[in-house]
Design a protein. Structure first.
Length: 405
């Protein structure tokens, strides 16, 4: 099979933008850009209020505030990171193919990439956002590398087993009466203290992040395995090149929607009404059903992108520099909500918090489009690529590659 190299505009030479190869690149990037929005809609609450991390509502919330926060939890919590994790697994197969075409040793370069992600994640967790996912991806990436030759069917079975085991463990804990928030009064006190710390200076914010890290590690006992299960699904999809010609999988995407939305929304309703991650039973239900809703979201977005290529074109640049945008979201939120900047933590309603998140994303989409018209990589992507390949990649478009160090 002939391999076509992309030209300077990102399309295969001599082929229109509607070609499957070009569409595949655009669709994957556009889906990643959409996942960035979903991630932000979940993460922004941890910047806007210290109560969120304690898994209790801000006492100042009224009925409308709780409704808005509940709808966001219903639609996006426990789903957003699954879509992003699926794309990590899918992109892993593209990296494998790229290394094979270049005749490069993949394992060593991927290990350097993971070490770079680990460092970025650690800095991110301490300085910007204690809910960082990059460190988890870096560690789980080691396991993904080890099982890279797994057959697609085996990968799907393994993913289902992982989800089932985690749901079973959480279900047993629920039956035994375990509580995620054993003392609500103490959680409210901690939430007030955390909100006050967020409104402090950089030192206060960093200390709050460090104080929260042990609890975050506990949360990863659930989130980590589920993210890896999504890696495996993405790996299986990537080995079949399922996003290379999305239109040929229209029936499969429709089935994902027909099954995913009813199952996922019912489970999400139980999850949200039960108190979200603060309730063991609701958490167990969400573990089982959230992948269905995440799959339905992905299917709907893919169908939208194939029918409305301009939507994909608008979102794809933000997906091409997803790492820069992910870290940038945290930096902007720090400047907006903490004492490092505007000190809005605890002072915005859920509706206002959502509006801020949407504004951040719109600005990032516009900025990404401007940047990617001029440069080959996002700033952080460029640095990570330089570390991974031990070269200085050409940053500007149409520039000759720089020799290895």
């Amino acid at each position: 099979m002939t391999v076509l190299r992309p030209d300077r505009q990102g399309h295969a030479p001599g082929v229109s933008a509607g070609n499957d190869d070009a569409a595949r690149i655009n669709v994957v990037d556009a889906l990643r850009g959409s996942a960035l929005l979903l991630i932000l809609l979940v993460n922004v609450w941890y910047f806007s209020s210290g109560y969120e991390f304690q898994l209790v509502d801000d006492p100042a919330y009224g009925a409308l505030d709780r409704l808005v926060a509940g709808v966001v939890e219903l639609l996006f919590a426990m789903k957003a990171y699954l879509l992003f994790s699926f794309l990590f697994g899918y992109s892993f197969t593209l990296q494998l193919d790229s290394a094979a075409r270049r005749g490069a040793a993949f394992g060593r370069s991927f290990l350097r990439r993971l070490s770079g992600l680990l460092v970025l994640g650690a800095v991110h967790a301490v300085l910007l956002f204690h809910g960082d996912i990059l460190t988890t991806y870096a560690l789980l990436g080691l396991v993904l590398l080890a099982v890279r030759r797994i057959e697609p069917r085996t990968a799907l079975v393994a993913a289902a087993i992982i989800v089932g085991v985690i749901a079973f463990v959480v279900g047993v804990a629920a039956v035994l009466g375990a509580a995620v928030v054993p003392d609500e009064a103490a959680a409210l006190t901690a939430g007030a203290r955390s909100t006050e710390a967020l409104r402090g200076g950089l030192g206060d914010v960093v200390l709050e992040h460090l104080r929260s890290l042990p609890a975050m590690l506990g949360a990863l006992a659930v989130q980590g395995p589920l993210a890896f299960a999504a890696f495996l699904v993405g790996l299986a999809a990537g080995k079949h090149r399922m996003l290379a010609a999305v239109h040929s999988h229209e029936n499969w995407l429709r089935r994902c929607e027909r099954v995913g939305y009813p199952v996922g929304l019912v489970g999400a309703t139980v999850f949200a009404i039960g108190g979200g991650t603060a309730n063991m039973t609701g958490l167990m239900v969400s573990i089982v059903t959230a992948p269905f809703l995440a799959a339905a979201y992905g299917a709907t977005l893919l169908r939208l992108f194939t029918r409305r290529p301009r939507v994909a074109d608008a979102l794809a640049p933000s997906g091409r520099m997803a790492l820069t945008n992910y870290l940038g979201q945290s930096l902007i939120c720090v400047l907006v909500f903490t004492g490092v900047g505007l000190s809005l933590a605890g002072h915005t309603s859920p509706a206002q918090t959502l509006l801020i998140a949407l504004t951040i994303f719109v600005v990032q989409v516009a900025a990404s489009s401007w940047w990617m018209r001029r440069f080959r990589y996002g700033p952080v992507e460029w640095a990570l690529r330089a570390w991974t390949h031990r070269t200085w990649p050409a940053m500007r478009r149409w520039s000759p590659d720089v020799k290895s160090r």
